[in-house]
Design a protein around this ligand. Structure first.
Ligand code: PAZ
Length: 357
């Protein structure tokens, strides 16, 4: 890895990229060369991945938190949902200067977590570090920064009158969640953090025999650079271009469903940009992994249309233009109650079959 590297054109997945295209991709690269990776033809197995990659430092600490949280809420009779949210990164160097990222700000996950909390669920919110979070999402990030809602006068700093009612309502829910201790937030950055954390959480929750729901809304990288093929140090730039070759991330829904947490109610999301592909890709995921629900969504319409797909049926949830643009209804306020209804039916049915946790 530390050998001088021959200069090569910058290509990602076989696509030649000029400077402009590079800026448009989420790869944070400069003209540089990186060690060529000999890609395997398909994804490696999850077992192989976990055997050949180091767990993140915070894993044991998070495992303890998950155990304590689930144990408490199970004894208090609450249902548990694990929500994943935001995008994972793919580092290009071990001492990471550059990484590949994706668009997800974590809106779906953070918004849904709030609705689950309102419905009495205990929520493990597994999110990308610094992405949107339940409650604070209303006042964070570039749009609606909290300072926009404040004013100062001789007496101090106040919330502007126009925003008091909305902020009071958010604040009350936030305080109530804190008081009840029903929200556990755990963060990840890289796809490696995500994979280890999800596996650990699932194995712990599964052992505790709770009929948990998994709501997998995170945008997880499909490609990565394996640890043994990654440059230790910052990739040096030169006159030449960067040729980047990546392996496929293991498909972890299969072991999640079959091995780590076989009794769970699992909802995965499928994002596409081409409408023609969404139904077949969603159905393919259901068939391949054998879980309960796939929610299909298209990048440009994801905030107003989703499709809940099961082996038995297909249900579209769609906001009207009035609901979306005038009433500002959040589609998650329709998705979450529908899933809770199905979670209840599933628990009832598995109770009848004697298969519940
Ligand atoms: O974070 P966000 O609200 O902007 O986007 C949500 C989403 C599109 C990432 C989510 O709804 C989703 O589809 N997640 C799965 C993505 C995938 O197919 O990997």
């Amino acid at each position: 890895l530390n050998q001088p590297i021959p200069k090569k054109p910058i290509t990602i997945n076989g696509q030649h990229l000029n400077g402009d295209a590079l800026n448009r991709t989420t790869a944070s690269l400069s003209g540089a060369s990186t060690p060529a990776s000999t890609s395997s033809p398909g994804p490696v197995s999850a077992d192989f991945y976990f055997a050949t990659h180091a767990p993140p430092k915070f894993l044991a600490e998070n495992a303890e938190k998950i155990h304590t949280f689930v144990d408490r809420h199970m004894h208090e009779g609450r249902r548990v949902v694990l929500v994943t949210s935001g995008g994972t990164t793919v580092p290009l160097e071990t001492q990471t200067v550059r990484f590949i990222d994706n668009f997800s700000a974590g809106t779906r996950g953070a918004t849904s977590a709030e609705y689950f909390l309102e419905e009495g669920y205990a929520v493990i919110f597994m999110h990308r570090q610094f992405s949107l979070q339940p409650y604070s999402r209303h006042y964070s990030h570039s749009k609606n920064c909290f300072l926009e809602f404040m004013e100062a006068d001789d007496k101090g700093i106040h919330v502007m009158p126009a925003y008091v009612d909305q902020m009071r309502s958010v604040l009350q829910k936030y305080r109530e969640t804190q008081r009840a201790g029903t929200l556990l937030t755990l963060d990840f950055v890289t796809v490696n953090d995500y994979l280890f954390l999800l596996r650990t959480a699932a194995q712990i929750i599964s052992k505790m025999d709770v009929n948990a729901m998994y709501y997998l809304a995170a945008a997880v990288s499909d490609f990565f650079i394996p640890a043994d093929k990654m440059s230790e140090h910052k990739i040096q730039s030169g006159d030449g271009l960067l040729n980047l070759s990546m392996d496929q991330v293991p498909k972890i829904l299969k072991p999640l469903v079959n091995d780590w947490t076989p009794k769970a109610f699992i909802v995965s999301f499928k994002l596409e940009t081409d409408e023609a592909l969404l139904p077949s890709k969603s159905r393919q995921a259901l068939r391949r992994y054998g879980h309960q629900i796939v929610i299909g969504n298209i990048l440009t319409t994801r905030k107003r249309v989703v499709k809940l797909i099961t082996n038995e049926d297909e249900t579209e949830i769609r906001l009207t233009p009035e609901e979306d643009e005038v009433q500002h209804i959040e589609i998650e306020s329709r998705i979450v109650p529908e899933l809770i209804k199905r979670h209840s039916e599933w628990i009832e049915a598995c109770g009848l079959r004697g298969e519940c946790g």
